[in-house]
Design a protein around this ligand. Structure first.
Ligand code: ATP
Ligand code: MG
Length: 456
């Protein structure tokens, strides 16, 4: 197996310059993983026996630009041909008192030492400038066997840096690989260490996990881990809804909905949709009560699920705008208006088209994850969707500003400037939404006569 021709020119030229000065240099991490899996990498990380100062010296002598913001950790960001390539010096790491940052970093010359600080065997394959893989801990075999395995003693590795637990889940979600048994055991044992990891880092891994193709598999095997930062998830596991509409427990239903959200781009799901699917029913165990006939009810769960999503995403420091979108999707997931034109017009005037598109995807995914009696809703959903498309085709406007009449037009008709003008426009807007008037100036002015008498 030789990957020489798959290393892009700008990466190879950096590698060749480093080795021309006697430094060992390899591609490592995600790019090697991708190449070994037959995929085209989008991001190349390099690792070298040169110290950061030596790397800078080489880059300088060949006139290659760089940024040195990661120098403390031994990383120089080379910028050949305007593209970014991280070059990290071989290093060992001291203790991890804070479970995240090594207390001290020592630069070393030996790849067999560098490998010991890497997280998983599939991330510890080194590709040299000639395109050959050096594989000190059996990463290629684990790729073949589709296994995610910690390098060295798994318990120690997750104790050192609990973020690795979530990295493992992300790689599982991306590849669909199995997490090797000892590695998984150690992850679960070390999970409380996640409490010491910053919200931003947890969020970054979690969002990448949920949007990846095998997200449901990763979540299913990691309920106890994810419950460290989203505790409400735990109660969903095995929770019987006792409802004719559901043949799955809340967790399995949730994962089925997640699976039903189709990938948007680059094989990834839209993030707000993935998060909304994750949270949409999370409050069901909290809202559950058993009716006299033995049927379970979960009234109000969209509101409570919305509140839980808001609270947890806030703690994880997601952007406010994204949180609002997820909250709205969760809140609305169970709301189905009458499939009538006027109702759909009012809906379209209340929410942006992009939001309604996402809501439709979420609702479709949700219905598909219901038992047969729940499928009746699909007809309603498709009907609403068809009306929405039809209205869009007809040029239906969703913003009052696009009404074909404005304040000046109304004043010109003899109405005194003041609050009455705005009130009249609102009346016309309501009439337009209710299909009582078309959106053209003549008809709108005619309609005004219902509300005011104009001097003739
Ligand atoms: P991607 O770029 O898709 O996130 P990657 O594997 O390249 O995946 P990076 O975060 O870019 O991940 O890190 C590059 C390499 O550095 C990893 O493959 C791994 O060998 C090592 N690494 C990164 N973070 C850690 C960590 N927390 N613990 C141990 N090794 C790590
Ligand atoms: Mg990378």
């Amino acid at each position: 197996m030789n990957f020489r021709s798959e290393i892009p020119g700008y990466v190879r030229s950096v590698m060749e310059k480093m080795s021309s000065r006697g430094h060992e240099i390899y591609v490592v991490g995600g790019a090697v993983r991708d190449l070994a899996a037959g995929k085209v990498p989008d991001d190349f990380d390099l690792t070298t026996s040169a110290s950061p100062e030596e790397t800078i010296e080489v880059l300088n002598s060949f006139g290659i630009g760089y940024a040195d913001t990661g120098l403390k950790h031994g990383t120089v960001m080379a910028i050949p041909e305007g593209k970014k390539v991280e070059i990290t010096s071989f290093r060992t790491e001291g203790g991890y008192k804070d479970k995240r940052h090594p207390d001290g970093v020592t630069f070393i010359k030996d790849i067999n030492e560098d490998v010991k600080r890497r997280d998983f065997t599939i991330n510890a394959m080194y590709l040299d400038p000639d395109g050959f893989v050096t594989d000190p801990v059996g990463g290629l075999k684990d790729m073949e066997d589709k296994l995610i395995r910690a390098v060295g003693d798994p318990e120690e590795r997750f104790r050192e840096d609990a973020l690795r637990i979530l990295r493992a889940l992300r790689f599982e979600a991306l590849t669909g690989f199995e997490i090797e048994a000892e590695t998984r055991k150690a992850m679960i044992k070390a999970a409380p260490g996640l409490r010491e990891i910053s919200a931003e880092r947890i969020a970054s891994e979690f969002r990448r996990t949920l949007t990846a193709g095998y997200a449901s598999k990763a979540v299913r095997g990691a309920v106890d881990i994810i419950s460290i930062f989203i505790p409400e998830l735990k109660a969903c596991e095995g929770f019987d809804q006792r409802s004719p509409y559901h043949d799955l427990d809340v967790l399995e239903h949730t994962l089925a909905v997640l699976d039903n959200i189709p990938p948007a781009e680059y094989g990834k799901r839209d993030e707000a949709l993935a998060l909304a699917a994750f949270f949409h029913d999370i409050a069901k165990p909290l809202c559950f009560y058993l009716g006299a006939n033995g049927v379970g009810h979960m009234k109000g769960h969209p509101v409570v699920s919305r509140d839980i999503a808001g609270k947890r995403l806030n703690e994880l420091k997601f952007p406010v705008k994204e949180i609002r979108e997820v909250e709205d999707l969760v809140l609305m997931h169970d709301t189905f208006i009458k499939p009538e034109r006027v109702m759909v017009r009012k809906l379209m005037a209340s929410y942006p088209a992009a939001f309604l598109d996402k809501l439709e995807i979420l609702q479709r995914a949700d219905i598909l994850a219901h038992a047969a009696p729940g499928q009746l809703r699909m007809e309603k959903l498709e009907h609403i969707s068809a009306i929405r498309r039809q209205l869009t085709g007809e040029g239906f406007v969703t913003d009052i500003k696009d009404l074909d009449i404005n304040g000046n037009d109304i004043i010109a008709l003899g109405v005194k400037p003041g609050p009455a003008v705005g009130a009249l426009i609102h009346c016309l807007w309501e009439d337009y939404l209710s299909e009582k008037v078309d959106n053209n100036k003549g008809d709108l002015i005619e309609r005004l006569r219902i509300y005011v008498t104009f001097p003739t």
